[in-house]
Design a protein around this ligand. Structure first.
Ligand code: ATP
Ligand code: MG
Ligand code: MG
Ligand code: MG
Length: 476
């Protein structure tokens, strides 16, 4: 079943059950805690909190999502994309646990001839919060699931909150058993690759005053109403229904891998290391396409830096696969032609999108040209002297003189079997920041703020990818 058809069936199912279809919001919704929209509920947050009243009490959407937290997982697990689409149904004080479970079960197990996905009920497992005996009972009664396939999981997995004060509640997740060839038996608690999470049902019912971590928070009191927020991973259902092993092999993504394989002359499926690179390429090209489509341009801060990193990682992965040409010119149009079926604006806006992407590749080629030789020399001399650590000063010089962001140096060092003295690098960055501050002070009245700004940029900005992770809170 094509991804577009899976999406269509989701929406049709919930429309049939009285839900209003709400189009996806932009990835760039304004929320101070989020870099990008990372879950279907984000655009509906004010309704859950009772700050605004929706025009409907039931809604459904297929929301574009980006999760930078998952970037390191891409290609290594079978199930994480940086861009993905979350299908959701929402109840604002209307139906609650029973309705959510009933609707989800009907769609997941309903016959394919009847608009459902046709999953075998015997292969389905669910998880609930240990204290949520109500959900457990409902799964048993409505779906007829035996208690062995209703597993308990702690707050970390089965309580949803935003990572900041706001709405929250227990949740229940649906998993599909992919079979013994994917791992040991024993349900999602035993193996999350064999037992693939496809859908999270959140019973959003309380307001949290303090959130120290996902599993450590204070409940302030009940929300004005009991709500439902669910998220089904479109791509995850697609790879199951298309009989593929992973998310990168579905109809919306795989053509980029095929093109990359043609360009590099290397086969996909021949070597595990290459396969991860092929998947990174396909994932990142698609995510970059969708981010530029929503108005992001490459830069050294926040959103722009995420885009820059995705584009550069795609280009570099192609180089590691042996292709030195202009990779994005070859690959982006392939991704566009798949994504335009659901997002026609990637075609109508193509002129601008391609201009942005190709210019970034050009800039990056120049950076690589200037810095790679320097990096290689530094790495060779470390090895010659029997060492295994690239000095902070060398990483700093690459950054300062050749525009090598630290994560690129870290990646290249790790490929060369070296580590990097990151503390030394950061100390030098801090020194430079101090100098810039002093400089800005002495020039006060001219460009008084730029030094301070630069300091913030250096501290939280382009040189420290991890800094962004703190900006983004995983949604569930
Ligand atoms: P996982 O445990 O696999 O990382 P999650 O629990 O973080 O998933 P949720 O926050 O519950 O995911 O999101 C709801 C649904 O969205 C998931 O059940 C899954 O189907 C899908 N999903 C989440 N993250 C991704 C991703 N990075 N790529 C593709 N689909 C995803
Ligand atoms: Mg996750
Ligand atoms: Mg999970
Ligand atoms: Mg989940």
């Amino acid at each position: 079943m094509e991804t577009a058809e899976i999406r269509r069936r989701f929406v049709a199912h919930f429309e049939r059950h009285g839900h209003t279809v709400v189009p996806s919001a932009s990835l760039l919704l304004d929320d101070p805690n989020l870099l990008f929209v990372n879950a279907g509920m984000v655009p509906f947050k004010p309704y859950f909190l009772g700050q605004e009243t929706p025009q409907w009490d039931r809604a459904t959407s297929v929301q574009k999502c980006v999760r930078t937290l998952d970037i390191e997982e891409v290609g290594k697990t079978t199930r994480h994309g940086t861009f993905f689409q979350m299908c959701g149904n929402f109840s604002f004080g209307d139906y609650f646990k029973e309705g959510a479970i009933r609707f989800a079960w009907e769609l997941v197990t309903g016959s394919q001839d009847d608009g459902g996905y046709g999953f075998d009920p015997e292969k389905i497992w669910v998880t609930v919060l240990p204290s949520d005996t109500e959900a457990k009972q409902l799964w048993h009664e409505i779906a007829g699931l035996p208690y062995e396939r209703i597993q308990e999981r702690g707050l970390e997995d089965n309580y949803w909150n935003m990572g900041v004060p706001g709405p929250g509640g227990p949740c229940s997740e649906i998993y599909i058993d992919r079979g013994p060839e994917y791992g040991p038996d024993g349900g999602p608690n035993a193996d999350e690759d064999r037992f693939l999470e496809i859908w999270n049902l959140v019973f959003m019912q309380e307001s949290l005053s303090t959130v120290r971590s996902k599993a450590d928070f204070d409940v302030e009191g009940p929300l004005p109403a009991k709500n439902i927020d669910t998220g089904m991973g479109l791509e995850r259902v697609a790879y199951l229904l298309q009989g593929k092993d992973n998310l990168y092999e579905i109809d919306e993504v795989f053509p980029v891998i095929e093109k990359a394989s043609e360009l590099t002359g290397r086969a996909y499926g021949a070597n595990a290391e290459d396969d991860v690179r092929f998947r990174v390429v396909a994932d990142h090209v698609r995510s970059a396409l969708m981010l530029i489509n929503d108005g992001v341009t490459p830069g050294n801060e926040a959103r722009g830096y995420v885009l820059r990193r995705l584009l550069r990682r795609a280009v570099r992965s192609m180089r590691l696969l042996g292709y030195d040409g202009h990779a994005l010119r070859e690959l982006m149009p392939v991704s566009r032609d798949r994504m335009k079926l659901s997002y026609p604006e990637v075609e109508t806006g193509w002129e601008r999108i391609s201009r942005v992407a190709y210019a970034e590749e050009e800039t990056f080629r120049k950076t690589l040209e200037a810095g790679t030789q320097i990096f290689d020399n530094a790495a060779a001399s470390v090895k010659q002297s029997g060492g295994s650590v690239l000095q902070g000063a060398q990483a700093f010089a690459l950054h300062d003189t050749y525009g090598f962001p630290i994560d690129l140096t870290l990646e290249m060092a790790s490929e060369a079997g070296l580590s990097v003295d990151e503390a030394g690098f950061r100390a030098l960055m801090a020194e430079q920041r101090e100098r810039a501050k002093a400089d800005a002070k002495s020039k006060k009245g001219q460009h008084a703020d730029t030094g301070v700004y630069r300091g913030i940029l250096d501290e939280h900005g382009p040189t420290d990818w991890l800094a962004y992770e703190t900006l983004e809170t995983e949604s569930r």
